[in-house]
Design a protein around this ligand. Structure first.
Ligand SMILES: [Zn+2]
Length: 297
């Protein structure tokens, strides 16, 4: 008898857990992670649910070898960011591709905004996001040419008080691991890695049969010491705006790298939600910066 009633008890408990899970799911209706798909009221709920954490996936429009679409960086970064936000809720800003790409102005389809506009537009975009409740903004970078722009943008957030924090995530593949690569040398643009990821994000837009039509080899034409930097360095090495070999791409490598990218963004969102230090100390910093002579060690 005792065993029987214990069993009944267990069944009832499981039933209760199941019913309360359904009730919870009904109380928490599924919300889109796409900013542009939310109604105004759902947007308010999205900001609450994301704890004010919003993503700004940053792409570009530029040639990607002879075989990938101009929007490769935008399509890839949105694939990673949207999948990450589905796993760990965050509101994702619409298509953004207003970055640094002066070095590809000689190729068709490149949209290269001026330096001032890149910074001004990004500032107004994050300001507007924050005005709408995004107090923690994660810029997920999908474009290598933004590697200096974004840290500089983040640094300049200290030039005047902000009631939000900008975080940058600028990595698209792990340093090691996964299926061994077939190509050798630099694999920096439209090569094996990037083409592999596009085979996951938008395989319908990959023309892999054309990947060997141009050379993505390093032409190493600039003979100056490595620690001297020039703007023309990329063109001297990769004049066709292609670095690596897209014909070596595989879906397996793409799946490995894309999974790593999504997981890494999920980890970043979780860490940012838990971060109660950055904004607090940023505010303390701004307050002290109004009276530096009184700042005590
Ligand atoms: Zn790219």
């Amino acid at each position: 008898m005792a065993i029987r009633s214990r069993r009944t008890c267990a069944v009832l408990l499981i039933l209760f857990a199941f019913v309360s899970q359904i009730a919870f799911a009904q109380a928490q209706p599924k919300l889109s992670v796409h900013w542009e798909e939310l109604t105004a009221a759902d947007f308010r709920e999205g900001i609450r649910r994301s704890q004010g954490t919003c993503l700004l996936p940053f792409g570009i429009l530029e040639k990607h070898g002879p075989h990938l679409p101009l929007g490769t960086d935008l399509l890839d970064v949105r694939y990673a960011a949207l999948h990450a936000a589905e796993e760990e809720y965050a509101v994702v800003f619409p298509e953004y591709f207003f970055g640094q790409i002066a070095e590809a102005k000689h190729e068709p389809g490149t949209i290269a905004y001026s330096r001032g506009l890149q910074l001004a537009l990004l500032q107004e975009t994050t300001d507007e996001m924050a005005r709408n409740g995004c107090k923690k903004i994660l810029i997920v970078n999908g474009h290598g040419g933004n590697e200096h722009l974004l840290p500089y943008f983040a640094q300049t957030q200290l030039d005047k008080p902000h009631d939000y924090v900008v975080y940058i995530f600028d990595k698209r593949a792990p340093d090691a691991g996964g299926p061994p690569k077939k190509s050798s040398g630099p694999d920096w643009h439209a090569g094996e890695s990037e083409t592999s990821k596009m085979l996951v994000a938008r395989p319908d837009l990959v023309h892999q049969d054309r990947a060997g039509g141009e050379s993505g080899a390093d032409q190493a034409r600039q003979k100056i010491p490595e620690d001297l930097y020039t703007a023309i360095w990329w063109y001297t090495r990769f004049p066709f705006h292609y670095s690596g070999d897209g014909s070596a791409a595989t879906k397996e490598l793409g799946e490995f790298q894309m999974k790593w990218w999504i997981d890494a963004v999920v980890r970043s969102i979780r860490a940012i939600k838990a971060d109660d230090v950055s904004l607090k100390l940023q505010n303390e910093f701004f307050e002290k910066s109004t009276h530096p002579l009184e700042t005590q060690p």
